[in-house]
Design a protein around this ligand. Structure first.
Ligand code: AMP
Ligand code: ZN
Length: 135
């Protein structure tokens, strides 16, 4: 946990372009800048990922993310957003300190892509539903 890079940013041990900060959380520019203004919102307290965060903190982080998005909409004229959190390596998480990506969008044909492949012809929805709903 001491090696956690986002803990270090939260503790001001390493620099970050922090655009919002309070007692619970902070928002800073993602180094990659997938799109202009790409921002990460993190709790100051370390949680590994989405399922570990207590619900009060999670609710607060989502509210903060909305405020950050409003700021980016106003200041950078973002036309829309993708709000994403990756959980675990299998989902692409590379930094094991919970974070919410705020990804501003300006045009549909930029180089950020989320692809929802259509498998509707290959799957049995009843089987999946029953798997989830049956004890
Ligand atoms: P994820 O792949 O969801 O874990 O996202 C981690 C993100 O953290 C990536 O988009 C990186 O570009 C970003 N990142 C890693 N180190 C830093 C850093 N020191 N400052 C800002 N962003 C960072
Ligand atoms: Zn951490």
């Amino acid at each position: 946990m001491n090696d956690c890079i986002f803990c270090k940013i939260a503790n001001h041990e390493i620099p970050g372009k922090i655009i919002y900060e309070d007692d619970v959380c902070l928002a800073f520019l993602d180094l990659s800048q997938t799109t202009r203004g790409h921002t990460l919102v993190i709790p100051k307290k370390h949680f590994d990922h989405f399922l570990d965060v207590d619900q009060d903190t999670l609710a607060y982080l989502i509210q903060t993310s909305q405020n950050v998005a409003k700021t980016l909409e106003n200041k950078l004229q973002a036309q829309g957003f993708n709000i994403i959190t990756n959980m675990n390596e299998v989902a692409g998480q590379t930094v094991k300190h919970f974070h919410i990506h705020i990804i501003p969008r300006y045009q549909t044909n930029d180089d950020f892509h989320i692809q929802y492949t259509d498998h509707s012809n290959d799957v049995n929805l009843d089987e999946i539903y029953n798997c989830i709903m049956n004890s």
